[in-house]
Design a protein around this ligand. Structure first.
Ligand code: BMA
Length: 344
């Protein structure tokens, strides 16, 4: 059966979950939302581990085949350091890792849980043993950050998801730029949450780090559907222009993966699939995801299927549905042909 017939682009590994707290070499409550990369020929997961206070830290798990035989660090690999970085007082969460060739290091973007709410923070590492922190990159409330591996016109770029206190405001994915990965500016919305009945209405956020394909930057994002009884976290894709990542070329209409199995539907937080990392293995992309905020699972899709799929998704030219609320609320009109929002 092809992905077009069964409706989900990514296929679960049949022995999911691949890592649970029972596998952990020390006492913990849950293991989930891992970043992922291929390092020295092995699959490396930087796993979010929640302790019995409810605070999270990161621990590395390495495997030759990316499926089993995990070697897990015997103690936390990166712990919160609230003495030097007070924004980490309630822990560190949801890492995304990107190799930055120009500086020969991995950038680890993560959420620091401060006493004013979550915010994006950044650290670098060469070996996933020692880490140098940049610290907080943007103020709260903001999450789901990852950096691109290259500069655009001399500037580094980062995706992230600020949340506004304004009633009814949507939580959209933003892009920001920096000359040095420390000072971030030129903030603008990249991808809007949709409205009404859409699976990705009102709240979206980046999932794994952006990856470069010949056709553009592929990003995976989560959409949060709120119903009277629960929220469901599902996943969609978008393709950004290679030279100018501010430009969205294509975006999913339906989700490509969502909670279905028991280990995704029931856990610490029900109905959640939440990948923070993906890797390329031969001709497939594997996503490593937190299942129900409780365990780590894996799913994969062929690169050729992903590219075929994303090209069949609508071209995004600031379609009416994303701009309508601006138009109505702020006296703006849009010009969908040019992809512009213009003042009346
Ligand atoms: C998001 C993040 C994730 C979590 C998800 C579901 O806001 O905090 O860490 O997996 O909610 O609880």
């Amino acid at each position: 059966m092809t992905w077009k017939e069964h409706g989900e682009l990514f296929q679960r590994y049949k022995k999911n979950p691949i890592l649970t707290v029972e596998d952990w070499p020390y006492q913990a409550h849950s293991v989930f939302n891992p970043a992922a990369a291929i390092v020295d020929g092995k699959t490396l997961l930087l796993v979010r581990v929640e302790d019995h206070r409810g605070f999270s830290h990161f621990t590395v798990a390495r495997s030759n085949n990316g499926i089993d035989g995990w070697e897990i660090d015997s103690e936390p690999t990166l712990s919160p350091d609230p003495v030097n970085y007070p924004e980490e007082i309630y822990g560190i969460e949801d890492p995304r890792i990107t190799y930055i060739d120009e500086i020969g290091k991995w950038a680890v973007a993560y959420t620091a849980f401060s006493d004013s709410g979550p915010l994006p923070a950044l650290a670098f590492t060469e070996d996933f043993r020692k880490f140098e922190r940049v610290g907080a990159t943007l103020p709260p409330e903001n999450k789901d950050a990852a950096v691109f591996p290259v500069r655009f016109n001399g500037m580094w770029a980062m995706l992230h998801r600020p949340v506004s206190g304004m009633q009814g405001a949507k939580a959209n994915i933003w892009i920001s730029f920096s000359p040095d990965m420390k000072y971030w500016g030129e903030h603008e919305v990249l991808l809007y949450a949709r409205e009404g009945g859409w699976w990705d209405a009102h709240k979206i956020g980046l999932s794994p780090q952006p990856i470069r394909t010949p056709d553009g930057w592929l990003i995976m994002y989560h959409g949060v559907r709120q119903t009277t009884s629960k929220a469901s976290y599902r996943l969609g894709l978008a393709l950004l222009d290679l030279e100018n990542p501010r430009k969205v070329l294509h975006r999913s209409e339906g989700w490509v993966f969502g909670p279905r199995e028991m280990y995704e539907r029931s856990g610490d937080v029900n109905d959640v699939v939440f990948p923070c990392g993906w890797v390329l293995v031969n001709d497939e992309i594997r996503i490593y995801y937190g299942s129900a905020d409780t365990s780590v699972s894996m799913a994969s899709a062929k690169v050729s299927d992903i590219l075929e799929y994303i090209h069949e998704c609508p071209e995004i030219q600031c379609p009416e549905e994303y701009c309508r609320s601006f138009e109505e609320n702020m006296g703006l009109s849009n010009d969908p042909k040019k992809g512009d929002i213009k003042l009346k």
